[in-house]
Structures are given as C-alpha cells and as structure tokens.
Design a protein around this ligand. Structure first.
Ligand code: PRP
Length: 211
C-alpha cells in the first residue's frame, strides 16, 4: 500500500481535485470530520492528512512514501527527498514587504520577521546585507505595522493580506508552487507505482495547460 501525505488547508482542495483526475479519488476526505487517515482499497493507497509544513517530514522519515508540498517548505527545510514533479498548483511568490512609507537605511542592520528563516538568511547573504531575524509562526504582516521588524519575508498569493494591511512589496525573489515528492527508499522499492503516478499527473497537467 502506498502512503500519500497530503496537505490540509487551501492547497489541499486543489490537490484532492487533481488526484481525482488521475483516478486516485480521495472523496471521503471532503467529509467534515476529524479523520486524518483515508484508505482507498481500490487503488491500494492510504492518504494521510497533515499540516502543509509537515508533509516533507513524513516523507523524509518514511512515514509516507510520497507527498505533495509547497516549494517554500522544501526551500526552507531542505528535506532529503526526491522532488519529482512541479504540479503548478498553489502558485505564489516569496517576497520582501514593508510598511508603505518604509525607506531603507543601508547603514543599519535590517530587522526581518519571517516564518522562513533559512530562505530569508540565504536571500540577504546573497545581497551581503546584515540582518537580525525575528522568527514568527503566522500573521507575519503584523510585525512591521507594530515596529517589531523593518521588513517581512513571506509568501504572497493574491496580495490581499499585503494590501489590506497597508504594506508594499519591495522584492519578489522566488516563485513557489506545489511539488510531488518521494521518499528515497520508497522510490527504489515502489518505483513502478510511483513512476506511474508521476506519469499520470504529468499527462493531466499537460492537458490542463495545453503544454
Ligand atoms: C499566508 C502568508 C500570508 C498570506 C498571503 O498566510 O503568510 O499572510 O497567506 O496570502 P494572500 O497574498 O492571498 O493574502 P496563511 O494564510 O497561511 O496564514 P498565517 O498568517 O497563519 O501564516
């Protein structure tokens, strides 16, 4: 049986629809209950519903064979997994943003609030810019508003959160989308099953995008 780690939340619904298109229907996932494991005997798969930021952890540690996860999480946590396919879902971009009247002072250490500590450090290391990181876990946009940081490094999807909190985007530096990943051992021993899944996903994506 193939264990598939799927993200809960906004990316989840798009992922379930895509899986249904390749015959891996996870219909009962839509039921409003607190179940976290769903089995499809027909396809010989088990779906595990996990927090988006935990998908790669389940796959890396072989609690799941494959999973679907945002590139932001992969870039941040750099798990030892195979990244097999860009699904083109959940598209957004990693940005630097600040209050709309923010003016940078290059002589001062920049205070950066973010969930993505490694991504932010890498970004500013490339720019040779000294920073202090303030690690937050959510509602990052509050940090510059309250003077906790000068800027934030965060994902922007529709741009509503930035707009509605009177912030401005200063830089966009990393396009993000959902990726299909596999555990390295599973890829070796369940290669045929995983490859077939990747092929089917590629076919459906090509049809959708006409590529
Ligand atoms: C993410 C991100 C931004 C927002 C961007 O937060 O951290 O706050 O979405 O989306 P938008 O451009 O469409 O407004 P999330 O909704 O995951 O919640 P969080 O604040 O708890 O991290």
């Amino acid at each position: 049986m193939l264990n598939i780690a799927l993200p809960k939340g906004r990316l989840g619904d798009q992922v379930y629809a895509l899986l249904a298109q390749i015959g891996y229907d996870c219909g009962s996932i839509y039921e409003q209950n607190r179940k976290l494991v769903f089995e499809s005997k027909e396809n010989n798969v088990r779906y595990l519903l996990v927090k988006p930021s935990d998908v790669a952890i389940y796959v890396e540690h072989h609690a799941a064979d494959v999973g679907i996860v945002g590139k932001d999480i992969l870039a941040e946590s750099r798990p030892d997994v195979y990244e097999l396919l860009d699904l083109g879902l959940g598209k957004c971009r990693m940005c630097v943003a600040a209050k709309s009247d923010y003016m940078e002072d290059k002589d001062r250490t920049l205070r950066v609030a973010t969930k993505f500590v490694n991504i932010a450090k890498d970004h500013y290391a490339k720019l040779n810019r000294d920073i202090d990181i303030i690690k937050l876990n959510g509602s990052i946009e509050l940090a510059p508003i309250l003077g906790l940081s000068d800027v934030i490094v965060d994902i922007v999807e529709s741009g509503s959160t930035i707009r509605e909190n009177n912030l401005k985007i200063i830089e966009e530096f990393m396009p993000i989308s959902a990726r299909f990943i596999a555990n390295k051992t599973s890829f070796k021993f369940q290669n045929e099953t995983i490859r077939q899944m990747v092929d089917k996903l590629s076919m459906v994506l090509n049809q959708i995008e006409g590529r």
